[in-house]
Design a binder for this molecule. Structure first.
Ligand code: SF4
Length: 723
């Protein structure tokens, strides 16, 4: 190993420094003395990680996983510097929550070095090696990912005075930034989190709301029923234990007979499981279709301790299995078997599912939790870590003097761009979110009570969970919810949640919700989603709450989506124009000119495909003025905006779409997309004209209105005819 320039050897000296300096915040009550030490094989940064949605394993750094003590030592040195040292003008110290990510990035680089030279010899690092590493990273990766991975190399140079072993002694890629080296074409890369398509988010939100408002009472009632059954059984079993054995068996037998008689009187069968669970309950040979009696529920309902059907013979209870088998033959079976009645689905008039059993209940509780997550994440615009930081009691209401609810507020913690502990923040929101939080508080009550937590997102299945909160498992639950809706309520030909554009089921991730609602607020505030949640009514709260919550940065997210949406919309205009689709409305000529001008600049020869990047730049100014509307799109120019005539000077920056006068304002452009709305308006006006009690004046105004609309429709049709 060349050690002339670098001292690089395994750390054999015990270094007892705590891994975090004294000014790093820790969880209240955690003794700083118990922090991991520098030379520990594993650094546990959990005491300094405050986000609720972080897995425990992601707060630990296992240096032995590097499989090379030299690599482990240089990364240890690098991470210690990044966790504890601010470099003014370069970087502040990394949050402990991000340290494991840096560990992975550094491990990748030093492993590359080892593969190239057979050993992690830092003296062999030169620009040629860095170029080879950058090139290797660029294969199949987006520039943003490459930039993240290359950051380590820039850090090794910037922090060199604090890295006696790992510091880089020459400037990598002199004069170039990490984004340039990574291959960015622009300084800021577009948000690559996919927006959930409208065909997916519309039914997903509708069914989530259905779960929260219609199905939740049944699910909560079923949990209450099971809890009561267990409590009653515990009392009966305790009483049984006090009496002699023969009497005990006799009492149990009487209870089973009474139970079966009851079922008979109610016209209900013996409870059976809905499905066999393969390995747990294999069907006996030749009896594949035999119903699988739900002994667990039968014991709970009859007040017996478990496994009584397996008692040895010669006891008064030995014939209970025979009694039950006889009852199955006489009164049949009932899938589910619990007593909680199932509400009707107003869309079908049928119960929304068969009766519950314990297993189905656990699944439906998980689905309800996923539905609540969708409602909360989508309709608040909160990030996953903000949603998962919600606690029991986070919802508050503000009422007016006469008791009417004026505002719903959600309290949580926002982390992005904040200190490690985050900052308390408040989101003003709307009634469906309040309903979801209320349901969640009841849904999680029994789980949080047993776990001693206050999170709204515990793992509900107490039997299986090895952790308290759902954390990253929420992604699996969300996609399970998508599949559950399709299996239970849809068909193969007509799924509830259709496939995504690729033809495969749309994979839901937590980040997509914030981006999708930001786009809807910015670009389609009147769309189908808006109609579903009475968005117009909610828009004031939405903007004060979603966009106004400056601490969470949602206003910036909405504005970013507005810019992206405007570019997408102007490109759609451009494509339509190239395809020969005409425009109408007062702004048609101006907009057409801008589109043709861009086309002329980009496509001097017919048949050439426009460079989308240049097109975006050429149309950027026009795009910035574009606001999509219901009856017309607005290419906003405040100097001529008809809707702003009565607005104050401070209101002149955005169009007042709700006061739009599309046939009179020189900024209005009407396309075929607006035709259905105009046709509906014409139908309404014609229907009103049939009203006999109209005055002459009213009749003449309406007739003029119909004529005006028909002119618009005929213009749109003429332009369509020009295709
Ligand atoms: S009247 Fe309509 S088209 Fe004109 S500026 Fe206002 S919103 Fe835009």
């Amino acid at each position: 190993m060349n050690r002339a320039a670098y001292s690089c050897s395994a750390n054999t000296i015990s270094d007892d420094r705590p891994v975090l300096l004294a000014n790093s915040p820790l969880h209240p009550g955690f003794d700083r003395e118990n922090l991991s030490r520098y030379s520990d094989a594993i650094w546990d940064l959990g005491p300094a990680v405050f986000r609720e949605n972080v897995r425990r394993c992601d707060t630990r750094i296992d240096f032995e996983s590097a499989d090379d003590p030299i690599i482990a030592d240089v990364i240890r040195e690098y991470l210690y510097a990044r966790l504890n040292i601010d470099l003014p003008g370069y970087k502040t110290r990394v949050l402990p929550v991000n340290a494991r990510r840096l560990f992975r990035y550094a491990l990748r680089f030093f492993s590359f070095l080892k593969i190239e030279h057979g050993t992690c010899d830092l003296g062999r690092i030169n620009q040629a090696l860095l170029d080879r590493y950058a090139k290797a990273l660029q294969t199949g990766r987006r520039p943003i990912i490459v930039a993240q991975l290359l950051t380590v190399i820039f850090d090794l140079y910037a922090y060199r005075q604090f890295l006696p072993t790992a510091g880089l002694r020459f400037e990598p890629w002199p004069g170039r930034t990490v984004s340039h080296v990574a291959g960015f074409r622009f300084a800021v890369e577009e948000n690559r989190t996919p927006r959930i398509p409208e065909t997916v988010i519309t039914p997903l939100l509708a069914w989530s709301l259905k779960y929260v408002t219609l199905f939740a009472p049944d699910i909560l009632a079923a949990r209450s029923e099971l809890t009561q059954l267990d409590e009653r059984r515990a009392i009966l079993v305790a009483e049984d234990a006090m009496v002699p054995r023969n009497e005990r068996h006799a009492r149990r037998r009487i209870r089973v007979v009474d139970y079966l008689n009851n079922r008979r009187r109610q016209g209900r069968g013996v409870p059976v499981w809905a499905v066999r669970i393969g390995r747990l309950y294999p069907a006996p040979p030749g009896a594949a279709a035999a119903p699988l009696i739900n002994w667990q529920l039968l014991h709970q309902q009859a007040g017996l301790d478990s496994n009584i059907q397996k008692k040895p013979p010669l006891q008064p209870t030995a014939d209970i299995p025979d009694l039950v088998t006889a009852a199955v033959n006489e009164i049949g079976v009932e899938v589910g078997g619990m007593d909680t009645p199932i509400s009707g689905d107003p869309d079908t008039g049928q119960p929304w599912r068969p009766r519950f059993d314990a297993r189905a209940l656990v699944q439906e509780e998980r689905m309800l939790q996923a539905a609540c997550y969708i409602v909360c994440a989508y309709l608040t615009g909160m990030r996953d870590c903000e949603v998962q930081a919600m606690r029991v009691g986070c919802l508050s209401l503000t009422r007016s003097e006469d008791g009417v609810i004026e505002r719903y507020r959600v309290r949580s913690i926002t982390y992005k761009g904040k200190a490690a502990q985050g900052e308390h923040a408040e989101w003003i929101t709307i009634a469906p979110v309040a309903a979801a939080i209320s349901v969640l508080e009841r849904l999680v009550a029994w789980s949080t009570a047993r776990r001693g937590t206050e999170t709204l997102w515990p793992v509900l299945d107490l039997g299986r969970a090895r952790k308290n909160s759902v954390l990253t498992d929420i992604v699996a639950h969300l996609n399970e919810f998508r599949d559950h809706l399709n299996t239970r309520f849809g068909t193969e030909a007509a799924p509830i949640i259709p496939a995504g554009p690729s033809g495969a089921p749309w994979r839901i991730t937590t980040r997509q919700f914030r981006r999708t609602i930001a786009w809807h607020i910015a670009n389609r505030p009147f769309g189908t989603i808006a109609g579903m949640i009475q968005y117009k009514h909610a828009s004031v709260a939405a903007f004060e709450g979603y966009a106004g919550s400056s601490r969470s940065g949602f206003r910036a997210a909405v504005e970013a989506e507005r810019r992206l949406g405007q570019i997408e919309d102007i490109l759609a205009y451009y494509d339509d124009r190239r395809a020969g689709v005409g425009l109408s409305g007062p702004a048609a000529a101006r907009v057409g000119q801008a589109l043709d001008g861009a086309a002329a600049e980009l496509q001097p020869f017919s048949g050439m495909i426009a460079d989308r990047g240049r097109l975006r730049i050429l149309l950027a100014n026009t795009a910035r003025t574009l606001h999509v509307g219901v009856l017309a799109d607005c290419f906003f120019d405040p100097a001529t905006a008809v809707c702003l005539r009565h607005a104050t000077a401070s209101d002149q920056t955005t169009p007042m779409i709700s006061l739009c006068e599309p046939t009179r304002c020189p900024n209005a452009c009407i396309t075929a997309r607006h035709r259905p709305a105009w046709a509906r308006t014409a139908d309404n006006a014609r229907a009103l004209l049939k009203e006999k009690r109209l005055s002459e004046l009213q009749r003449s105004v309406l007739a003029r209105e119909v004529h005006r609309i028909e002119t618009v429709l005929s213009d749109v049709d003429d332009q369509a005819g020009h295709q």
